[in-house]
Write a protein that binds this ligand. Sequence first.
Ligand SMILES: [Zn+2]
Length: 492
Amino acid sequence: MAFCFRRPAVKKMLSTAASCVGAVAMLGAPLAFAQQPAQLPAPFRAAAPTTNGVIAPDLAARARSLIATALQSDLGYEIVRDLTTEIGPRLAGSEAEARARIWAEARFKALGFTNIRTEPFDVPYWSRVVERARITGPNAQPLVIAALGGSEPTPTGGVEAEIVRFASMAALRAADPAKVAGKIVFIDEATTRTQDESGYGVGVGKRRDCATESQRLGAAACLIRSVGTQHHRFAHQGQQARGQISGGVPAAALSPPDADQIARLLEKGQSVRVNLEIAVEARPAAPSGNVVAEIRGREKPDEMIVIGGHLDSWDSGTGAVDDGAGVGITMAAAKLIADLPQNPRRTIRVVLFGAEETGLHGARAYAERHKAQLAQHIVGAESDFGAGKIWRFDTRFGPESAAKATAIHEILAPLGIARGHNEASGGPDMTFVRAEGVPVVTLQQNGWDYFDLHHTPNDTMDKIKPEDMRQNVAAYAAFVYLVAEMDGDLRK
Ligand SMILES: [Zn+2]
């Protein structure tokens, strides 16, 4: 505003009031440039093309131009919109996940990708049929729960017992079995809201171990406060441990208001009895698969950059932020690179992993199937942390590649992205290729509200902002394109 109204000299440059308003709008929101397709946003024009001499000026210019194009494209948004609308939730090993693979192959084909295929594998299948809980006795009332993935069923009619509360998983581990035997364990441990996944990382331990630890202590069942940061009355789903039936007692998550309700009743010093009923459908093997597609490299087709998201989701929402967004972001980024006048030097491979939620099955299958090819994987990156804007560029490169990381970051910085650390995970589905020495990148997204939505019925398309998707696609497109074109080995 000050720029337009306080400096008379500027008036000469601005022919009308409308263009003044336009300039203000651009200053306020430098990422939204719908009117000028050929022009780079101001931060990119202003940036001196240094990149420490690591990136050739013409390559840097093409990467900046790719960012400008991506910031005007809604392709990533459209892909996740269509996946979550036409397919909906995509539970690992389900018929819906199979339809999603067919859908993804067709979308890759329509976008001009090559070498499109599904690499199949089997996974244990588990789904809830009944999940019901209620407080019985003088304070009788219903409870909102979600059976934990892999939970044992209860007998028909449910198990009914007195609640015994623990403040944390550690407190349960230290409990006297005599205090727990025959009761329903309630772990009342909240998850800390953080911008990254650190709060979730701590909170998820009770979901993993509650059922087996409760069984060891002779309990009848286990309830946990949802491993989410939401205040709405939905419970947070999630796998308790790997496998078809994980063992232990029947286990479920309570919505936060229901966990509060039980805690308040207990604070009054009275006994609280709960009836919990869970019925499941489980099979030792069901079909899943990774959908793979490529943009073939023009000079080094056997060397590749691998990006992707996971195609499966939990079944209460439509898997929009987890992880339809990652599917849309990475497919769109690769497609924008494919639209350049010539193919990138190296191949760009997009992998849509199957059965991530129930135990990284697709990630393991990919690393095993492509073991002989991993030495030619230049870098890997999965987008699996929602649809919030990227705020940090984390790498896991060799020590000689630090200058490359700095130079790539310099191109990304005007998108509002800070340089992070060199201990990136690369995302859950990069776990096994990273263990084999493949360099990885995490384009860290803002996850402040991610765990309000994640694994709940609220994980739906309306939570995704088109402008945030554009920023994500722009960052992925530029980073992937630069690595595909640059010389050298990021392992060194
Ligand atoms: Zn995910």
